[in-house]
Write a protein that binds this ligand. Structure first.
Ligand code: 4AD
Ligand code: MG
Length: 429
């Protein structure tokens, strides 16, 4: 038994590949079987002369996604995708698939999303999911190598972290409402006071009612948090992370990026340090460009696209108006109407991939913020405790995995970056 990804190490040997038929072409005396095994795709060449009349005829009706084992000799072939082919000696069929709905022709996206459980078998989707795997592992390696402690945060939570408008309520036994977490940050802050530098990495949920190409209702976010750190520390960490993750995808997933026809020269430019813009500078650019942007409001998707299009690498926009940002953001002492927060916008119009900054460390100010945002104080008593017992400056950020994968892969929409996307009108399969 061998996996297609290791086929080069088996040149000249006889191997068996357990997989599925992706495509078949036949001429009178030869079947060209495109076989996939999850680790790759390879062409298996089955000639009547070698396998005999009976076996050859049995194979002439095999259809897409039939599960089979192919035994044959590995032969180098410069013309073959992947550089190798298999000369078939024998073939065993496990289960015949009939009328697999997703053929190599074009299908509409709703048709494909309804069949997402089958769609992921196709080369493009496999390539994207492999890049996702690389991004996730690169993120873990980055933080582990820097001695951040992985400290998980809960998914059932009693209160909001990122505003109350997009919370998902869940019935929690008879008389309690819990909410699916929007972010692990608040718990991360407690964990940082215990362990210094921590990160959490898990699914997060937001009842996003807007249909955009950047929003899912369930997405994965990695969130580092550091005690004794400020906005500058956060920007440097974010730059390092983004550079590392993109570098790993380029290093280890070149074949997949090639399947996706990604222009990797754009990704090769992603080197720290990244350009920085204050919110005020960003607002000026947008207004000068004639966009219908109001100074003092949050950046919209189009605004982000325009700004990120100006640079060949990500851009860090910092010091947004405190009024448009979350309750926990520390005000800038030099201009208290601005928050010490940063958003990292990916280039090529991909928009925000990271949001973070320095947190309010002062007890009284935090109480005031909780009241201003009309948040239920009882649910935040534990969070206020962090400002009662040895409060220190601290900072962190969150990076959305799907947005990063969408950008690295050069996709139109984040829905293809996760195996089973969840959106306003999509809960199936
Ligand atoms: O900017 P956000 O809302 O920040 C937070 O949640 C902070 N509490 C993080 C922190 O400081 N620990 O979200 C962070 C990132 C965004 O930049 C984006 O990449 C991603 O999460 N994100 C989404 N991705 C897909 N679909 C959505 N609906 C998303 N909302 C946010
Ligand atoms: Mg944000």
């Amino acid at each position: 038994m061998a996996y297609i990804q290791d086929i080069a190490t088996h040149e000249g040997e006889q191997v068996t590949i357990n997989g599925w038929l992706y495509n078949r072409r036949s001429s009178g005396k030869i079947h060209f079987l495109q076989v996939r095994d999850g680790s790759g795709f390879i062409q298996a060449v089955m000639s009547k002369a070698t396998v005999g009349e009976e076996a050859f005829t049995q194979a002439d009706h095999l259809s897409q996604e039939t599960s089979l084992s192919v035994t044959g000799t590995v032969r180098a072939d410069a013309r073959a995708r992947g550089g190798y082919e298999i000369d078939v000696i024998s073939l065993e069929v496990h289960h015949e698939a009939h009328d697999f709905p997703i053929t190599p022709k074009e299908h509409g996206v709703d048709f494909l999303l309804d069949r997402r459980h089958l769609w992921i078998r196709t080369p493009r989707q496999q390539a994207i999911l492999r890049v996702r795997h690389e991004v996730i592992n690169a993120v873990r390696d980055f933080f582990n190598q820097r001695d951040f402690i992985l400290c998980d945060t809960p998914i059932f939570t009693p209160a909001a972290c990122e505003g109350t408008t997009n919370l998902f309520p869940v019935q929690y036994f008879e008389d309690t409402t819990a909410y699916l977490t929007q972010s692990g940050q608040l718990y991360n802050e407690a964990n940082a006071m215990a362990l210094g530098r921590v990160y959490c990495f898990g699914p997060t949920f937001r009842a996003e009612k807007s249909k955009t190409r950047r929003h899912l209702t369930e997405f994965w976010m990695v969130e580092p948090e550091m005690a004794y750190a400020n906005l500058e520390d956060v920007i440097e960490l974010a730059e390092g992370l983004v550079e590392y993750v993109v570098g790993r995808a380029l290093d280890r997933r070149a074949a997949e990026l090639n399947v996706l026809e990604r222009d990797t020269t754009r990704l090769e430019k992603v080197k720290a340090p990244f350009p920085r813009l204050s919110y005020d500078e960003a607002a000026r650019i947008l207004i000068d460009k004639g966009l219908p942007f109001q100074h003092g409001t949050d950046l919209g998707g189009t605004d982000e696209t325009v700004l990120s299009d100006l640079y060949d690498r990500p851009v860090c926009v910092h010091r947004y108006p405190a009024a448009v940002k979350a309750f926990y953001m520390k005000p800038d002492p030099a201009q208290p109407d601005k928050a010490l927060g940063v958003d990292v916008l990916a280039p090529e119009g991909y928009g925000e991939i990271i949001g973070g900054g320095e947190r309010v460390a002062d007890y009284d100010l935090l109480v005031q913020r909780i009241e201003e945002h009309k948040l239920p104080r009882e649910a935040f008593e534990w969070y206020l405790d962090l400002r009662k017992y040895g409060s220190v400056p601290h900072a962190g950020f969150g990076m959305g995995i799907e947005r990063v994968v969408g950008w690295i892969c050069g996709l139109e929409h984040v829905r293809e970056t996760i195996p089973y996307p969840r959106m306003l009108y999509r809960l199936y399969p």
